[in-house]
Ligand binder design. Structure first.
Ligand code: NAP
Length: 494
């Protein structure tokens, strides 16, 4: 591994080209009180941009604009909604180089990963363009034969969308795609660390022909103060949130007052289970993907790696060798595979989790410490012998740290995997088909990767069980989160 290169103090031109204001009712404009906040480059600590800092009054304005646009959104034909999404898909691809540079500058992930995220983000638009024209219904005879049931689907209404910083664009398209496809007007609020990608995305939707007010964007630093009155107003009928379980719980309580529909994509604590009959090279490659995508800052990141006792030493040796080869540095530099963490708080948290595990008896196979700044870099790390009591066994690490723990048999593997309040995703590596299926059925998670380290796919239903969330995004059912089912009873006496 090479340590960080000297970061170049450059602000890409694409940053200047992106609007930095609020987007309300089809127009860009400043926050009411003219306030702004700084967006930083996590690789250098330098200020990239100043972005409008919305007040509660701005939030209300955006919500009113969405409510005013809701009838027009619902009146768009399915084909018109699909066409907007298809045009936006094309624009994302046309501008992929600039958008990747923008994302890397504000979020830190290496350019290749940023490009990958933009392709993934665009796929949600393509997928939901297809779903928009396939919203189905039904016609049925009542059991007594004296009535007919007409079943149709309608947009939920105005939706509030809140996204995190780790996938600054894909978490937006995963919500905006189905909202637009279903005919819902929305207000979206990105995370303050990474608003630029969302600002660029919303400008693309404007260009793609969204009706005024069909999508509105607010950026702000005091999310609680701005969003709570919006949620409690009752003007919105739905909240779709991606973020931590802690914040998800607060938002669920707020939504209860006016009984808003909710989709909650919350935290994870993914177990990654390797049996001794697995192909070890495949398992190591899968662990590298499941752990190191996005520098480990993913809800799907392998957080607890359980390896059967007979192969754990060899697995640890091969994984540590791969991790030690990774090139760490600013994501804009050629050949860099691991960028900085998002901010100082994230670096401190990862460092503390590693220290805690070491204090409780774990040992370092590679890495184990931060790299001196500027920027928030942590060395790719493999720890062995991480005990159940270590904090990282129950908390999301959200960094490039792979903790290894041995297990004896299948029963123990299931028990360890399920020993968490979370249930987003799990990974199992084995060449025994029946064992793979038994594990997939017994592990309590919304998604399972069998002999693969990445499960995210816009055409598949993404989401968790237990305290990892409610609802699914993507797949054929992703659009249902933004639709109400209406039943019309028709008397048909014989
Ligand atoms: P977070 O702290 O929960 O924040 C997520 C978003 O919610 C941000 O835009 C944040 O804005 C906003 N927010 C925070 N408090 C709020 C409040 N009281 N009212 C309204 N909005 C509020 O999470 P994060 O640190 O950004 O993201 C990492 C977390 O997201 C991890 O737990 C990860 O597992 C999870 N995640 C889950 C998925 C999934 O699909 N399940 C995908 C990606 C990430 P502020 O930052 O301004 O507070």
């Amino acid at each position: 591994m090479s340590a960080t290169q000297t970061p170049q103090s450059t602000r890409p031109a694409v940053v200047d080209a992106v609007p930095k204001q609020l987007f309300v009712g089809g127009a860009w404009g400043p926050a009411a009180e003219g306030r702004t906040f700084e967006v930083l480059n996590p690789a250098t600590g330098e200020v990239l941009a100043e972005v409008a800092d919305a007040s509660p009054a701005d939030g209300r304005r955006a919500l009113d604009a969405a409510a005013a646009a809701q009838p027009a959104m619902a009146a768009l034909s399915p084909r018109q909604r699909a066409d907007i999404l298809t045009r936006a898909f094309d624009l994302l691809h046309e501008r992929i180089d600039d958008l990747a540079l923008l994302m890397t500058s504000e979020m830190g992930k290496p350019l290749a990963e940023a490009r990958g995220e933009i392709v993934y983000a665009a796929e949600f638009f393509r997928h939901f363009a297809g779903e928009a024209v396939r919203i189905d219904g039904g016609y049925q005879t009542s059991p007594a034969g004296d009535a007919r049931f007409l079943i149709t689907k309608q947009p939920v209404g105005v939706t509030l969308l809140i996204t995190p910083w780790n996938f600054p664009m894909a978490m937006g398209t995963r919500k905006l795609g189905p909202a637009i496809a279903a005919g819902c007007a929305s207000v979206i609020k990105p995370a303050p660390q990474t608003p630029l990608s969302m600002l660029a995305l919303i400008d693309i939707l404007r260009e793609a022909g969204m009706p005024d007010g069909g999508v509105n964007l607010i950026t702000c630093t005091d999310a609680a103060a701005v969003l709570e009155p919006m949620i409690r107003s009752g003007l919105a009928r739905k909240l779709s949130f991606t973020g931590s379980t802690k914040v998800g719980r607060i938002l669920l309580e707020q939504c209860a007052e006016k009984v808003l529909r909710t989709s909650m994509e919350l935290g994870g604590n993914a177990p990654f289970v390797v049996f001794d009959d697995a192909d070890l090279d495949e398992a190591v490659a899968g662990a590298m993907q499941a752990k190191m995508r996005n520098m480990g800052e993913a809800c799907t990141a392998a957080n607890r790696i359980y390896v059967q006792a007979g192969v754990i030493e060899e697995f640890g040796r091969r994984l540590a060798a791969k991790m030690a080869e990774l090139r760490v540095g600013p994501g804009t530099d050629d050949g860099v595979q691991v960028g900085p963490l998002i901010d100082q708080a994230a670096l401190t948290k990862v460092s503390e989790l590693v220290r805690d595990a070491l204090d409780r008896g774990a040992s370092v196979l590679t890495g184990g410490e931060p790299i001196d700044g500027p920027g928030y870099f942590f060395r790719p790390t493999v720890l062995s012998g991480v005990p159940r009591e270590a904090k990282m066994s129950s908390e999301e690490i959200f960094g490039p740290v792979a903790p290894l723990t041995p297990f004896g048999d299948e029963e123990e593997a299931v028990a360890l995997a399920n020993d968490t309040e979370f249930g987003l995703v799990s990974y199992v590596f084995t060449n025994d088909l029946r064992r793979a299926l038994r594990m997939a059925e017994r592990i309590e998670s919304g998604m399972v990767g069998l002999n693969q380290g990445i499960v995210s796919n816009p055409a598949a239903p993404f989401g968790g069980v237990k305290q990892s969330g409610l609802g699914r995004e993507g797949g054929a059912i992703g659009i249902d989160e933004f639709l109400e089912t209406k039943y019309i009873g028709i008397a048909m006496p014989s």
